[in-house]
Design a protein around this ligand. Structure first.
Ligand code: NAD
Ligand code: 13P
Length: 352
C-alpha cells in the first residue's frame, strides 16, 4: 500500500486536538491512510479503567480533552513501539520534558525514511549548550524534523474556532507543503516559512512572556502594563533567537508563531493562569503545587523554559541583556517577589 501513515506521539490537550485535525484530513485526502494512530502515555482513571481503552470506546480523551469527539479514525495505542513502527509521518506533541526519554526509546524503532514534525514548545539545555526539541528529535533519530507553532489554544481549536499556525522548515519545501496539507482545515490556516529555529524559538520563548503577563494580572496592574510586558517580551524573544541563530528572520516574529502566539497565550493560556495565581498568593505557593491543583494533569512549559533560558543567559554572560527573561526565572524560584516584574526596567536593556 502506497498511502502515507501518520502517528501522533502524545495525547494531552493539544496532542488530542492535533490528532482530531489530522484525522479529519486523512479521511478527505486520498494520499493518506485513513487511520491515525495516537500514542497514549497510559494511565489508570479514577474509574479503574485504562485511558487508552476509554479513548477507543468513547472516541474522546476524557481526561485531557473531555467532550470532544476525536474522529472514528483516531486509534489510541499505549504501546510506543507498535504505534510508531509503520508511520511515514511522525507528529511529536508531548510536554517537552518527556522528549529525551521518548527519543531514547524510539532509536531503531521507526522507519528510516520517516519524516517528523514537532508541535512541542520547549528546549533542553545540555553541557554543550541549548538544544531545540526538533534538533533533539532529528539528531537522536536521524530523521528530518519540521515544527508547527502558532496562536493555538487547544480548547478553542477543539471546537473549531478559527486560528492560524506556522510551519517552520529547514530546506525541503515539498515536505513543508505536505505538513501544511495534513494540518490545514477551513478553521486552521497554516503557512510555511523557511526558518525552523525562528518558529520553534517563538513557540518556546513566548511561554516565559506568558508567565510575566500572568504576574501582572495577579498584581492587577492593568492592560497597559500587560501590553508593555508583551512588547518587551517580544523584543527579548527576537534578540535571544538571533543571538542563538543568526539565520532567524525578522518576518517570523510577525507570523502566527510570533506576535499572535504572544498575545493569545498572555490572554488565555495555562502559563498565564498559573502565574496569576502565583502572584496573587505573593509567591507563597509553588508552581508545582499550582500546576497540580489547577491543570488536572496538564503540564506547564514556561517555568522550566525560564530556567533553561536563564542557564543559557548565565553561561553566555547575557543576563543583563534580557531583564524580562531573567526576572521571570528569579520570581519563579522566589529569589525576587512577583512585583519585581515591573521593577527590572531600571536595568535598561542594552540591545536595540
Ligand atoms: P498536556 O499539557 O495536556 O500534558 C499532559 C500530557 O503529558 C498527557 O498526555 C500525559 O499523559 C502526558 N504525560 C504525563 N507524564 C508523562 C510521561 N512521564 N511521559 C510521557 N508523557 C507523559 O500536553 P499538551 O497540551 O498536548 O502539550 C504538548 C505540547 O504542546 C507542549 O509543548 C505545549 O507547550 C504545546 N502546546 C500546547 C497547547 C495547548 O493549548 N494545550 C497549544 C499549543 C502548543
Ligand atoms: P499554554 O501552555 O500557556 O496554555 O499556551 C498554549 C499555547 O501554546 C497557545 O498557542
Amino acid at each position: 500500500e502506497m498511502t502515507t501513515r501518520v502517528t501522533v506521539v502524545g495525547s494531552g490537550n493539544w496532542g488530542s486536538v492535533a490528532a482530531k485535525l489530522i484525522a479529519s484530513n486523512t479521511l478527505k485526502l486520498n494520499s493518506f491512510h485513513d487511520e491515525v494512530i495516537m500514542w497514549v502515555f497510559e494511565e489508570i482513571l479514577p474509574t479503574g479503567e485504562k485511558l487508552s481503552q476509554v479513548i477507543n470506546r468513547t472516541n474522546e480523551n476524557v481526561k485531557y480533552l473531555p467532550g470532544i469527539k476525536l474522529g472514528k479514525n483516531v486509534v489510541a495505542n499505549p504501546d510506543l513501539e507498535s504505534a510508531v513502527k509503520d508511520a511515514n509521518l511522525l507528529v511529536f506533541v508531548t510536554p517537552h520534558q518527556f522528549m529525551e526519554g521518548i527519543c531514547k526509546r524510539l532509536v531503531g524503532k521507526i522507519r528510516a525514511d520517516a519524516e517528523a514534525i514537532s508541535l512541542i514548545k520547549g528546549m533542553e539545555v545540555k553541557r554543550e549548550g541549548p538544544c531545540m526539541i526538533s534538533s533533539l528529535i532529528s539528531e537522536q533519530l536521524g530523521i528530518n524534523c519540521c515544527v508547527l507553532m502558532g496562536a493555538n489554544i487547544a480548547n478553542e481549536i477543539a471546537v473549531e474556532k478559527f486560528s492560524e499556525a506556522t510551519v517552520g522548515y529547514r530546506k525541503n519545501k515539498e515536505i513543508a507543503d505536505k505538513w501544511v496539507q495534513l494540518f490545514n482545515t477551513s478553521y486552521f490556516a497554516v503557512t510555511a516559512v523557511q526558518d525552523v529555529e525562528g518558529v520553534e524559538l517563538c513557540g518556546t520563548l513566548k511561554n516565559v512572556v506568558a508567565l510575566a503577563a500572568g504576574f501582572v494580572d495577579g498584581l492587577e496592574m492593568g492592560n497597559n502594563t500587560k501590553a508593555a510586558i508583551m512588547r518587551v517580551g517580544l523584543r527579548e524573544m527576537k534578540a535571544f533567537s538571533k543571538l542563538l541563530f543568526p539565520s532567524v528572520k525578522d518576518s517570523t516574529f510577525f507570523e502566527s508563531c510570533g506576535i499572535a502566539d504572544v498575545i493569545t497565550t498572555c490572554l488565555g493560556g495555562r502559563n498565564r493562569k498559573c502565574a496569576e495565581a502565583f502572584a496573587r498568593n505573593g509567591g507563597k505557593r509553588s508552581f508545582d503545587e499550582l500546576e497540580a491543583e489547577m491543570l488536572q494533569g496538564q503540564k506547564l512549559q514556561g517555568v522550566s523554559t525560564a530556567k533553561e533560558v536563564y542557564e543559557v543567559l548565565r553561561h553566555r554572560g547575557w543576563l543583563e541583556l534580557f531583564p524580562l527573561f531573567s526576572t521571570v526565572h528569579e520570581i519563579c524560584i522566589s529569589r525576587l517577589p512577583p512585583t519585581a516584574i515591573v521593577e527590572y526596567s531600571e536595568h535598561t536593556p542594552k540591545y536595540s
